[in-house]
Design a protein around this ligand. Structure first.
Ligand code: FE2
Ligand code: FE2
Length: 147
């Protein structure tokens, strides 16, 4: 198996990235707020795809009891996520604030689509905090036990 971001999560990131990129092209306060949100979001996505999400690619094979050949890099990624978790969560706060401004601008402009996008990205961050990040860290802890 490969140590890669599960396809479902990669597609979700791509969709959010694509829709926000489209919103940054809008004129006026909505486009302005979208550009501000994109600025904080994109480097965060890059980090997530570098070390926070790839360990999740091992969840299914681990649950199946498969032998994991990529344990060492997965353990290293999970350890990095654990160490950098405070920064990742602080980034979520900054992203959340930017999304709130985006939602306000969209509401004022009557732009339902961008309003929905802002809510969707905020929900994504919440899922990461509650499920994805802890699961990725646990993958590393579990691999250490198996080793
Ligand atoms: Fe994300
Ligand atoms: Fe995130």
């Amino acid at each position: 198996m490969d140590l890669i971001v599960p396809a479902s999560l990669r597609m979700e990131h791509e969709e959010l990235h694509r829709e926000l990129a489209a919103a940054t092209k809008l004129p006026g306060p909505v486009g302005e707020a979208a550009r501000a949100a994109a600025k904080v979001l994109h480097p965060h996505f890059v980090d997530e795809e570098a070390f926070a999400l790839p360990p999740l690619g091992l969840l299914a094979p681990l649950a199946e009891g498969e032998r994991i050949s990529q344990a060492a890099p997965a353990i290293a990624m999970a350890a990095r996520l654990k160490a950098e978790l405070p920064r990742m969560l602080a980034e979520h706060q900054a992203i959340g604030a930017a999304l709130q401004r985006l939602a306000e601008a969209a509401r004022s402009a009557g732009d339902e689509e961008v309003l929905h996008l802002a809510e969707k990205i905020a929900a994504h961050a919440k899922t990461e905090e509650e499920v994805m990040y802890p699961a990725a860290i646990l993958v590393g802890e579990y691999l250490k036990i198996l080793a």
